[in-house]
Design a protein around this ligand. Sequence first.
Ligand code: SIN
Ligand code: MN
Length: 201
Amino acid sequence: MTETVDFRGVRLYPAFLDRAAQEAMVAALRRIAEAAPMFHPETRFGKPMSVKMTSAGRYGWVSDRRGYRYEPRHPTGVDWPPIPPEALAVWQAVSGVERAPECCLVNYYAETARMGLHQDIDEADFTMPVVSISLGDDALFRVGGQERSDSTASAWLHSGDVCVLAGAARKAFHGIDRLKPGTSTLLPQGGRLNVTLRVVT
Ligand code: SIN
Ligand code: MN
């Protein structure tokens, strides 16, 4: 088993995926985006998010003026494609739970995209972990506690790293401050893909 690092209660698996596995994951994500195209969601305040996203699985995560929620279909009405076996294999290796993920959210960060500090709390069962996979350029990951006012710490996530938010860290505030453009050759267009696997119900 790969060595893990505890970062503010988040379990990090540095370089969990080797280059070949990262390439296979990217190919699987491209197939998802062909079936369910990436879109720029709006926050509930009507501001466009800087990441583009799509999903696979029984539910996809969407955000618009009606709020943040899981939906059984893409905004265009098409079904979300199935979660690819490459992503399921990562979940099985690191999640420590029997249930299968119901949502595979795919976020694309262009050079200047970021994600503000937030909690993942749209799911029903917080005993189920969040598993997140980084692909492409390095990203500065910030983690705090369960209150927005708690102190935070940052670490760079690299292509192939996997993070697990479970236990006390399941509802930790987290976000991506910025990318370090040009740090990876994985994505020909540059930027970063993040895959987040969750049980929703
Ligand atoms: C997220 O919290 O939804 C994404 C985190 C990341 O991009 O690593
Ligand atoms: Mn999150």
